[in-house]
Design a protein around this ligand. Structure first.
Ligand SMILES: Nc1ncnc2c1ncn2[C@@H]1O[C@H](COP(=O)(O)OP(=O)(O)OP(=O)(O)O)[C@@H](O)[C@H]1O
Ligand SMILES: Nc1ncnc2c1ncn2[C@@H]1O[C@H](COP(=O)(O)OP(=O)(O)OP(=O)(O)O)[C@@H](O)[C@H]1O
Ligand SMILES: [Mg+2]
Ligand SMILES: [Mg+2]
Lengths: 250, 250
C-alpha cells in the first residue's frame, strides 16, 4: 500500500509509458486507487490517458507550489486511475537544481500519498535530472525493456543511474525487476535477453512478457488503456497477468 | 558534398541509430566517404558499428581539444565509414554551456570536413543540450519516425527544437524530411502517419519506408550494418533505396 513506483529506462521506446498506463488501468479495476504522474515533457502518459499536455501542466505547477496537488490531479476515463499531467515546464523543474526539485516533488506526493494505493511515475528516455528526481522519491523502480541488443546495453546505464540515486538520495530504493515488452518469440534475441538480465545483471525478470500487439497503438490513439480498448487482446491479458504476478509477489 | 546531417527525434526508439548506421554503410559502398559521430551517451552507434563505448571516448576528447580529431576517428568494418565514438563524458560537453559546446564541436568538424562527403550525427532521445548542439553544427536534419500515435505527437516537439536552434544558432539549418521506420502496412495507423506529417506539418516524407525486419536486431548484435549482415533482406534493400532517393533529390 501507498507505494511509489518509478517506471524508468533511459533507452528510448521500450514501453515505459505503455506499461505505466496499462498497469495502472488494470490495478484500478481490482479496485486499487492509482495515480499516474507524467514526468516526461513529451507527455505521452498524459495523452495516452486522454488528456492534453497544456503549457502549464500539472506536475510542474504542483511541484513548484503554484497549485496544491489536489488541484492539479485530474480524473481519467480509466476507473480508479487519476493523472498529474506533463507540461513543457518540466525541464525547468530539473533546472532549478536536483535537490530542490526532489524536495518539491517529495512534499507534493506526501500530501496525496494516503489517497492512493499506488503512484506510478512515467520517466523520460534519459539518465538526466527528471529521471533522477523521480527515482529519488520512489520506493521502487520497474524497468521495461525490449529483447534487443541496444536495449540490453541500456540496462547497465539505468542500473548505474539507480545506484547513483541510492548513493546520493535514497539508499532504500528497490529495483522491482524488469518486464520484457513487445516480445516476439520468433525473434533471434528474444530468449537470450531474459537469461542475460538474470545472469549478467542478477535482475529479476517477471515471468509475464508483454507481446507485440497492434492494439497498443490503437489504444494510444484513442487515449485509452488496452484493457478498455480490447479487453481480450493479447496485450490486455498480459498486463492483467503482469499485475497479478507483481501483486502476488510484493 | 561535405554535408553534415543530424539524425534527430526526441521520441525514443524510433530508429535514429539504425538509420545513421545503415544509411552511412550504404553510402560508403557507392563509395562516398562517411563519418558517423555518436552524440548519444548511450553509445548505440558506437557498438552498432562494432566498437566499444570507452570511459573517455572520441566525441568528448575531440570536442574539448584533448585530442585532435584525426586521433579519435576510428575505422569501422563498413567500407567507407569512419566513426567518432560516444563516451560517458558526453553529458559534460553539454554541461559546459551550449555556446561553448557548439563552438568546440564545430571547430573539430571543420578540421575533418574536407576528408568526408557526409558526416552523420546520431542524436540522443532528448530535446536537450546534446541534440541542440548537434543541430547547431549540422547543415540539415533527418527525422526518423515510427507510424505510431506517440511518435506523431513527438514530431511537434522536434520541430520546435529545430526552430529554436534556427533562431539561436543556425538560421540556415534545413529539415531534410522524415523517414518512416519499422513500417508495418497492416498496422491501423501506418497510412495515416504519412498524410498527417505532410498535411499537418508540411513535412517532406521520403517515399521509401523502412519495413520492420528482424535482421536489424541481428545486425546490431553483431556490430554490423544490415547490408553487411544480410544484403538481400528487406531492411537492407530499403536503406539502399532510401540512400538512392535522397541522393537523387539533394
Ligand atoms: N506491447 C506492445 N506492442 C506493440 N507496440 C507497442 C507495445 N508497447 C509499446 N508499443 C509501441 O512502441 C512505442 C514505444 O512505446 P512507449 O512510447 O510506451 O515507450 P517509452 O519507453 O515510453 O518511449 P519513450 O522512451 O519515448 O518515453 C509506442 O509507439 C508504442 O505504441
Ligand atoms: N526496421 C527495423 N525493423 C526492426 N527493428 C528495428 C528497425 N529499426 C530499428 N529497430 C529496433 O528498434 C529499436 C530502436 O531502434 P534504434 O535504437 O535505432 O532507435 P533510436 O531512435 O536510435 O533509439 P534511442 O531513442 O534510444 O536513441 C532497436 O532495438 C532496433 O533494433
Ligand atoms: Mg514514454
Ligand atoms: Mg539511438
Amino acid at each position: 500500500k501507498n507505494q511509489i513506483l518509478a517506471i524508468a529506462n533511459q533507452k528510448g521506446g521500450v514501453g515505459k509509458t505503455t506499461t505505466a498506463i496499462n498497469l495502472a488501468s488494470v490495478l484500478g479495476l481490482i479496485p486499487l486507487r492509482c495515480l499516474v504522474v507524467d514526468v516526461d515533457p513529451q507527455g505521452n502518459a498524459t495523452t495516452g490517458l486522454g488528456h492534453v499536455v497544456a503549457g502549464e501542466g500539472g506536475t510542474f505547477r504542483m511541484a513548484t507550489g503554484i497549485e496544491e496537488p489536489q488541484q492539479v490531479i485530474t480524473k481519467t476515463r480509466e476507473a480508479g486511475v487519476d493523472l498529474v499531467s506533463a507540461c513543457s515546464f518540466l525541464e525547468r523543474l530539473a533546472e532549478q537544481g536536483e535537490a530542490s526539485g526532489i524536495r518539491a516533488l517529495r512534499s507534493c506526493l506526501e500530501q496525496v500519498e494516503t489517497y492512493y494505493d499506488l503512484i506510478l511515475l512515467d520517466c523520460p528516455p534519459s539518465a538526466g535530472g527528471l529521471t533522477r528526481m523521480a527515482l529519488a522519491v520512489a520506493d521502487g523502480v520497474l524497468i521495461p525493456t525490449q529483447s534487443e541488443p541496444y536495449a540490453l546495453e541500456g540496462v547497465q546505464g539505468i542500473l548505474q543511474v539507480i545506484s547513483n540515486v541510492q548513493r546520493d538520495h535514497k539508499p532504500e530504493l528497490r529495483v522491482a525487476g524488469t518486464v520484457l515488452t513487445m516480445f516476439e518469440p520468433e525473434q533471434p534475441f528474444a530468449w537470450e535477453m531474459a537469461s542475460h538480465l538474470r545472469h549478467r545483471y542478477g535482475l529479476k525478470v517477471w515471468d509475464t512478457v508483454i507481446p507485440r500487439d497492434s492494439v497498443v497503438a490503437k489504444a494510444a490513439a484513442l487515449g485509452r488503456s488496452v484493457i478498455k480498448t480490447e479487453p481480450c487482446s493479447r496485450a490486455a491479458l498480459s498486463y492483467i497477468e503482469l499485475a497479478r504476478e507483481i501483486l502476488d509477489h510484493e
